[in-house]
Unconditional design. Structure first.
Length: 279
Protein backbone atom coordinates (compact mmCIF):
# COMPACT_ATOMS: atom_id res chain seq x y z
CA UNK A 1 0.00 0.00 0.00
CA UNK A 2 1.25 3.49 -0.83
CA UNK A 3 2.72 5.25 2.21
CA UNK A 4 1.26 8.50 3.52
CA UNK A 5 3.35 11.66 3.50
CA UNK A 6 2.51 15.14 4.73
CA UNK A 7 5.41 17.56 5.03
CA UNK A 8 3.72 20.94 5.23
CA UNK A 9 3.66 21.36 9.03
CA UNK A 10 6.01 23.92 10.50
CA UNK A 11 7.18 25.44 7.19
CA UNK A 12 6.96 29.21 6.91
CA UNK A 13 5.47 30.16 3.53
CA UNK A 14 4.97 33.51 1.87
CA UNK A 15 2.80 33.66 -1.26
CA UNK A 16 3.84 36.01 -4.04
CA UNK A 17 2.58 36.54 -7.59
CA UNK A 18 3.01 38.71 -10.64
CA UNK A 19 -0.09 40.73 -9.71
CA UNK A 20 -1.85 41.26 -6.39
CA UNK A 21 -4.81 38.98 -5.75
CA UNK A 22 -3.78 36.38 -8.36
CA UNK A 23 -4.63 32.84 -7.27
CA UNK A 24 -2.51 29.76 -7.74
CA UNK A 25 -3.62 27.76 -10.78
CA UNK A 26 -5.78 24.80 -9.76
CA UNK A 27 -5.68 21.51 -11.67
CA UNK A 28 -8.18 18.64 -11.66
CA UNK A 29 -6.89 15.22 -10.67
CA UNK A 30 -8.91 11.99 -10.77
CA UNK A 31 -7.49 9.00 -8.87
CA UNK A 32 -8.56 5.39 -8.39
CA UNK A 33 -8.53 2.81 -5.60
CA UNK A 34 -7.05 0.08 -7.81
CA UNK A 35 -4.66 2.13 -10.00
CA UNK A 36 -1.71 4.39 -9.16
CA UNK A 37 -1.40 7.79 -10.84
CA UNK A 38 2.08 9.30 -11.23
CA UNK A 39 2.58 13.07 -11.21
CA UNK A 40 5.86 14.03 -12.89
CA UNK A 41 7.14 17.46 -11.80
CA UNK A 42 9.91 19.51 -13.48
CA UNK A 43 11.82 19.83 -10.17
CA UNK A 44 12.30 17.85 -6.97
CA UNK A 45 9.35 17.60 -4.59
CA UNK A 46 10.03 19.33 -1.26
CA UNK A 47 6.59 19.25 0.39
CA UNK A 48 3.25 17.44 0.04
CA UNK A 49 -0.02 18.19 1.83
CA UNK A 50 -3.12 15.97 1.45
CA UNK A 51 -6.50 17.57 2.05
CA UNK A 52 -7.85 14.20 3.21
CA UNK A 53 -6.57 10.86 4.45
CA UNK A 54 -8.52 9.35 1.56
CA UNK A 55 -5.61 10.44 -0.67
CA UNK A 56 -2.49 8.29 -0.41
CA UNK A 57 0.78 9.72 -1.73
CA UNK A 58 4.48 8.89 -1.82
CA UNK A 59 7.56 9.84 -3.78
CA UNK A 60 8.57 7.21 -6.33
CA UNK A 61 11.50 5.18 -5.01
CA UNK A 62 14.86 6.58 -6.08
CA UNK A 63 13.25 9.57 -7.84
CA UNK A 64 12.75 13.03 -6.33
CA UNK A 65 10.36 14.58 -8.85
CA UNK A 66 7.68 11.88 -9.22
CA UNK A 67 4.73 11.62 -6.82
CA UNK A 68 2.59 8.46 -6.83
CA UNK A 69 -1.04 8.98 -5.82
CA UNK A 70 -4.03 6.66 -5.32
CA UNK A 71 -7.28 6.52 -3.36
CA UNK A 72 -7.44 5.13 0.17
CA UNK A 73 -11.11 4.20 -0.33
CA UNK A 74 -13.64 4.23 -3.14
CA UNK A 75 -16.01 7.12 -3.85
CA UNK A 76 -14.45 9.56 -1.37
CA UNK A 77 -15.74 13.16 -1.40
CA UNK A 78 -13.85 15.82 -3.34
CA UNK A 79 -10.66 17.02 -1.66
CA UNK A 80 -7.37 18.66 -2.58
CA UNK A 81 -3.63 18.00 -2.88
CA UNK A 82 -0.86 20.60 -2.61
CA UNK A 83 2.71 20.00 -3.77
CA UNK A 84 5.71 22.33 -3.45
CA UNK A 85 8.70 21.79 -5.72
CA UNK A 86 12.31 22.89 -5.34
CA UNK A 87 11.93 25.76 -7.83
CA UNK A 88 9.68 27.46 -5.26
CA UNK A 89 6.39 26.72 -7.04
CA UNK A 90 3.15 25.65 -5.37
CA UNK A 91 1.05 23.17 -7.36
CA UNK A 92 -2.62 22.89 -6.35
CA UNK A 93 -4.92 20.00 -7.36
CA UNK A 94 -8.64 19.36 -6.86
CA UNK A 95 -8.84 15.60 -6.30
CA UNK A 96 -11.88 13.46 -7.19
CA UNK A 97 -12.52 9.73 -7.36
CA UNK A 98 -12.79 7.72 -10.58
CA UNK A 99 -12.78 3.95 -11.16
CA UNK A 100 -11.18 4.57 -14.56
CA UNK A 101 -8.94 7.68 -14.60
CA UNK A 102 -8.20 8.91 -18.11
CA UNK A 103 -4.43 8.73 -17.53
CA UNK A 104 -2.03 7.22 -15.01
CA UNK A 105 0.94 9.49 -15.80
CA UNK A 106 0.66 13.28 -15.79
CA UNK A 107 3.58 15.58 -16.65
CA UNK A 108 3.46 18.97 -14.92
CA UNK A 109 4.95 21.78 -17.00
CA UNK A 110 7.49 24.16 -15.44
CA UNK A 111 6.10 27.50 -14.30
CA UNK A 112 7.42 30.78 -15.61
CA UNK A 113 8.75 33.27 -13.08
CA UNK A 114 5.74 35.49 -13.77
CA UNK A 115 3.35 32.86 -12.48
CA UNK A 116 2.46 32.34 -8.84
CA UNK A 117 5.35 31.23 -6.67
CA UNK A 118 5.88 30.64 -2.99
CA UNK A 119 8.95 31.32 -0.95
CA UNK A 120 10.09 28.82 1.65
CA UNK A 121 12.18 30.46 4.34
CA UNK A 122 15.90 29.55 4.03
CA UNK A 123 15.15 27.18 1.15
CA UNK A 124 17.60 26.54 -1.66
CA UNK A 125 15.98 27.37 -5.00
CA UNK A 126 16.83 24.52 -7.36
CA UNK A 127 15.78 26.50 -10.42
CA UNK A 128 18.36 29.21 -9.64
CA UNK A 129 21.10 26.68 -8.90
CA UNK A 130 20.52 24.90 -12.21
CA UNK A 131 20.59 28.24 -14.02
CA UNK A 132 23.82 29.29 -12.28
CA UNK A 133 25.44 25.92 -13.01
CA UNK A 134 24.79 26.33 -16.73
CA UNK A 135 26.15 29.85 -16.49
CA UNK A 136 29.36 28.69 -14.77
CA UNK A 137 29.83 26.07 -17.49
CA UNK A 138 29.94 28.90 -20.07
CA UNK A 139 32.45 31.08 -18.17
CA UNK A 140 36.08 31.56 -19.12
CA UNK A 141 38.26 30.04 -16.42
CA UNK A 142 41.52 31.45 -15.10
CA UNK A 143 43.32 28.13 -14.91
CA UNK A 144 43.60 25.18 -12.59
CA UNK A 145 43.45 25.72 -8.85
CA UNK A 146 44.72 22.17 -8.39
CA UNK A 147 45.08 19.10 -10.56
CA UNK A 148 46.38 15.56 -10.41
CA UNK A 149 47.45 13.30 -13.26
CA UNK A 150 47.74 9.54 -12.67
CA UNK A 151 46.88 6.35 -14.54
CA UNK A 152 46.48 8.37 -17.79
CA UNK A 153 43.69 10.31 -16.05
CA UNK A 154 43.60 14.00 -15.15
CA UNK A 155 41.39 15.56 -12.47
CA UNK A 156 41.37 19.38 -12.32
CA UNK A 157 39.58 22.04 -10.31
CA UNK A 158 39.46 24.78 -12.93
CA UNK A 159 37.77 27.54 -10.94
CA UNK A 160 35.35 28.38 -8.12
CA UNK A 161 32.42 30.81 -8.43
CA UNK A 162 29.92 32.10 -5.87
CA UNK A 163 26.40 33.47 -6.09
CA UNK A 164 24.41 34.15 -2.94
CA UNK A 165 25.06 31.37 -0.46
CA UNK A 166 26.16 28.80 -3.05
CA UNK A 167 29.67 27.93 -4.25
CA UNK A 168 30.11 26.43 -7.71
CA UNK A 169 33.14 24.18 -8.28
CA UNK A 170 34.04 23.70 -11.94
CA UNK A 171 35.78 20.31 -12.22
CA UNK A 172 37.14 18.65 -15.35
CA UNK A 173 37.90 14.93 -15.68
CA UNK A 174 40.01 13.92 -18.67
CA UNK A 175 40.60 10.33 -19.76
CA UNK A 176 43.80 9.89 -21.76
CA UNK A 177 43.61 6.11 -21.84
CA UNK A 178 41.89 3.57 -24.11
CA UNK A 179 39.76 2.29 -21.20
CA UNK A 180 36.59 4.16 -20.25
CA UNK A 181 36.40 5.51 -16.70
CA UNK A 182 33.24 4.73 -14.72
CA UNK A 183 32.70 7.17 -11.85
CA UNK A 184 31.76 5.63 -8.51
CA UNK A 185 31.67 8.92 -6.61
CA UNK A 186 33.25 12.34 -6.25
CA UNK A 187 33.36 13.48 -2.64
CA UNK A 188 34.12 16.80 -0.92
CA UNK A 189 35.79 16.11 2.44
CA UNK A 190 37.09 18.62 4.99
CA UNK A 191 39.91 16.79 6.77
CA UNK A 192 42.79 17.46 9.14
CA UNK A 193 45.76 18.88 7.25
CA UNK A 194 48.09 16.64 9.24
CA UNK A 195 47.17 13.65 11.35
CA UNK A 196 49.04 13.56 14.63
CA UNK A 197 50.29 10.22 15.86
CA UNK A 198 47.87 8.25 18.05
CA UNK A 199 45.00 10.64 17.34
CA UNK A 200 41.92 9.96 15.27
CA UNK A 201 41.37 11.94 12.11
CA UNK A 202 38.04 13.77 11.80
CA UNK A 203 36.42 14.52 8.47
CA UNK A 204 33.25 16.29 7.33
CA UNK A 205 31.63 15.41 4.02
CA UNK A 206 29.98 18.23 2.07
CA UNK A 207 27.08 16.90 0.02
CA UNK A 208 26.50 18.86 -3.23
CA UNK A 209 23.15 20.57 -3.64
CA UNK A 210 23.27 19.92 -7.37
CA UNK A 211 25.64 18.56 -10.02
CA UNK A 212 25.47 20.28 -13.39
CA UNK A 213 26.38 18.46 -16.60
CA UNK A 214 26.64 15.30 -14.51
CA UNK A 215 28.23 12.20 -16.04
CA UNK A 216 28.84 8.71 -14.70
CA UNK A 217 31.29 7.64 -17.42
CA UNK A 218 34.24 9.30 -19.16
CA UNK A 219 34.80 7.57 -22.47
CA UNK A 220 38.30 6.69 -23.74
CA UNK A 221 40.24 9.74 -24.96
CA UNK A 222 37.43 12.07 -23.85
CA UNK A 223 36.76 14.60 -21.11
CA UNK A 224 33.82 15.99 -19.15
CA UNK A 225 33.39 19.24 -17.22
CA UNK A 226 30.95 19.20 -14.30
CA UNK A 227 29.68 21.87 -11.92
CA UNK A 228 29.30 20.95 -8.24
CA UNK A 229 27.09 23.35 -6.29
CA UNK A 230 27.64 23.33 -2.51
CA UNK A 231 26.58 25.57 0.34
CA UNK A 232 28.94 28.45 1.09
CA UNK A 233 31.72 27.48 3.50
CA UNK A 234 35.28 28.25 4.52
CA UNK A 235 37.87 25.90 5.99
CA UNK A 236 38.90 26.02 9.68
CA UNK A 237 42.57 26.35 10.66
CA UNK A 238 44.44 23.07 10.48
CA UNK A 239 41.98 21.66 7.93
CA UNK A 240 42.01 21.20 4.17
CA UNK A 241 39.39 20.36 1.55
CA UNK A 242 40.05 17.15 -0.36
CA UNK A 243 38.09 16.34 -3.51
CA UNK A 244 38.29 12.59 -4.02
CA UNK A 245 37.37 10.87 -7.29
CA UNK A 246 36.75 7.10 -7.07
CA UNK A 247 36.51 4.68 -9.98
CA UNK A 248 33.75 2.06 -10.09
CA UNK A 249 35.28 -1.45 -9.97
CA UNK A 250 38.74 0.00 -10.45
CA UNK A 251 41.75 1.54 -8.73
CA UNK A 252 42.22 4.79 -10.62
CA UNK A 253 41.46 7.11 -7.69
CA UNK A 254 42.51 10.78 -7.80
CA UNK A 255 42.58 13.56 -5.19
CA UNK A 256 42.64 17.36 -5.24
CA UNK A 257 43.63 19.60 -2.32
CA UNK A 258 41.98 23.00 -1.80
CA UNK A 259 43.17 25.55 0.77
CA UNK A 260 41.16 28.28 2.43
CA UNK A 261 43.09 30.88 0.40
CA UNK A 262 41.76 29.26 -2.80
CA UNK A 263 38.17 29.53 -1.58
CA UNK A 264 38.68 33.17 -0.53
CA UNK A 265 39.69 33.97 -4.13
CA UNK A 266 36.33 32.72 -5.38
CA UNK A 267 34.93 34.66 -8.34
CA UNK A 268 31.57 36.39 -7.97
CA UNK A 269 28.97 35.25 -10.48
CA UNK A 270 27.65 38.70 -11.29
CA UNK A 271 23.95 39.45 -10.95
CA UNK A 272 24.08 41.15 -14.34
CA UNK A 273 25.06 37.87 -15.97
CA UNK A 274 21.66 36.51 -14.96
CA UNK A 275 20.17 38.67 -17.71
CA UNK A 276 21.83 36.42 -20.29
CA UNK A 277 19.79 33.80 -22.09
CA UNK A 278 21.01 30.28 -21.29
CA UNK A 279 20.19 27.71 -23.93
Amino acid sequence: MIKLISLFAGIFLISISASFGQEVENKNLAISYSKTTSLIFPFSITSVDRGSQDVLAQKARGVENVLQVKAGRKQFPETNLTVITADGVLHQFTVTYSDTPSTQAITIAAKSEKQSLILVKDAINERDIQFDSRLVLKQNVSGRIDQQSKYQMNLALQDIFIHGNTLYYRIQIRNKSSISYDINSLKFLIKDRKKAKRTSSQEIELVPLFVGNDSDRIQAYASSTMIYAVRKFTIPDGKILRINLFEENGGRHLTLKVDNKDILKTKILSETKHLLTIN
